[in-house]
Design a protein around this ligand. Structure first.
Ligand code: NZQ
Ligand code: ZN
Length: 385
């Protein structure tokens, strides 16, 4: 096992009816700004639950944060938060609202150009406003980590950043808030969680038995409960398991003490920046191709994955790896998430564009061994068509 330091300060308040208790988590006397997206929380009553719980408190609202949160929108909120002297943010929504709120939290006290928060990968963040979240879409893990991804469409940029001050103070996880998710978002979220786990699991062995078995538990839960969530949208236990699974998939726990890849994500972010493709869909396309292209570097863990996740016990190494990749692809497709770029109308002209953006963003040595170059990415993308 590799050396590690693990610290996660986010308080999790989990379960049905827990939004009611949110006021207790926010310091008395705070000037609170509730941030949200395009309106789903108005329609499904989550906003009413939040404002009801905050009755008698000093509360402002900012709506309109879009999927793949946009810098220009976030800056409007930064101006509002500064002029109104807001001192606590409450993000209510999915990963985009939470990530956007992390950017706002860092940008409000920031001296200088706020875009450098993203271009410096968070290194320029000094302090941040405290914030909490009410999660409505299990996928990103943003509710219990200190990372975020923001987009600036005018620059074709989608950049991730992180900082120790960007963990939520608390996150309320009420699985019933996810009942109104469209099937497409549930599927995207399952794929996103799956790939968060594989980015931390499908690398090379370091005898991290606990991390491996936690990761395998999360993958098996997704495979078991993902399809049920689509068939039975109001199955509480299934929604509860998926929600906790997504949080544990990217809260640092399974990645502590083991190598991490993240190349699928970095390539995926460029595809979203160029074509607006949903995050989960980009991952469904890139992961199977990347696993195939990196089979020798990842051989031992791919074989473990084939055996422990998909029960594949026959054939030589390559046959087992091929079968495991095929099962992965079939699982994503069974959720309605396509695994080829052509299914999204994207042709091979994306290959030089993605490679160029990776160069531009300084993402030229990706993967658990830092040996995935833009040239390697070109080869991977050839397999995605
Ligand atoms: O905007 P509203 O109206 O709220 O609608 C949203 C949005 O259209 C809707 N939605 C959310 N909860 C709902 C709901 N609709 C009905 N009922 C509900 N309960 O779902 C749509 C998608 O929401 P979004 O927040 O964009 O999805 P997701 O949670 O998948 O977040 C994706 C973003 O997170 C980033 C991605 O790159 C992408 O920008 N990521 C963040 C990470 C992190 N912070 O650690 C890691 C991830 O790898 C990922 O990169
Ligand atoms: Zn992701």
């Amino acid at each position: 096992m590799l050396n590690f330091k693990y610290h996660n300060p986010t308080r999790i308040i989990f379960g049905k009816g827990r939004i009611r208790t949110v006021a207790k988590e926010i310091p008395e006397g705070s000037r609170i700004l509730v941030t949200y997206g395009g309106g789903s929380i108005r329609e499904n009553g989550v906003l009413d639950q939040v404002t009801g719980a905050l009755q008698g408190r000093d509360v402002l609202e900012f709506g309109g944060i879009e999927p793949n949160p946009e810098y220009d929108t976030l800056m409007k909120c930064v101006e509002l938060a500064r002029s109104e002297r807001v001192d606590f943010l409450l993000a209510v929504g999915g990963g985009s609202v939470i990530d956007g709120t992390k950017f706002i939290a860092a940008a409000v006290p920031h001296q200088g150009d706020p875009w450098e928060i993203a271009t410096s990968f968070g290194r320029r963040v000094g302090s941040s406003l405290p914030f909490g979240t009410v999660l409505t879409l299990p996928a990103t893990g943003s509710e219990m980590n200190n990372g975020a991804v923001v987009s600036r469409r005018s620059l074709n940029a989608k950049l991730s950043f992180g900082h120790p001050s960007l963990f939520p103070v608390f996150s309320v996880l009420d699985p019933t808030t996810t009942y109104t998710l469209p099937a497409e978002q549930i599927s995207n979220g399952i794929v996103d969680t799956f790939v968060h786990v594989t980015e931390q699991y499908l690398t090379y062995p370091v005898q991290g038995k606990i991390q491996d078995r936690f990761a395998e538990g999360l993958l098996l839960t997704l495979i078991e409960d993902g399809p049920i969530a689509l068939k039975e949208p109001e199955n509480y236990d299934v929604r509860a398991n998926l929600m906790w699974c997504a949080t544990l998939g990217l809260n640092g726990l399974i990645g502590a003490g083991v190598p991490q890849d993240w190349a699928t994500h970095m390539v995926g972010h460029e595809l979203t920046a160029l074509y607006g493709l949903d995050h989960g869909k980009t991952l469904a396309v890139v992961l199977p191709a990347l696993l195939s292209a990196r089979r020798s570097e990842k051989r031992d863990k791919l074989l473990q994955y084939a055996q422990r996740i998909w029960g594949i016990a026959e054939g030589d190494d390559d046959a087992m790896i091929d079968a495991a990749i095929e099962k992965t692809r079939a699982f994503f497709e069974s959720l309605g998430v396509h695994t080829a770029l052509s299914a999204y109308g994207i042709s091979n002209e994306c290959i030089p564009r993605v490679a160029e953006l990776l160069e531009q963003h300084g993402l030229t040595r990706l993967g658990e061994r830092s040996d995935i170059t833009p040239e390697t990415v070109r080869n991977i993308l050839e397999l995605c068509l």
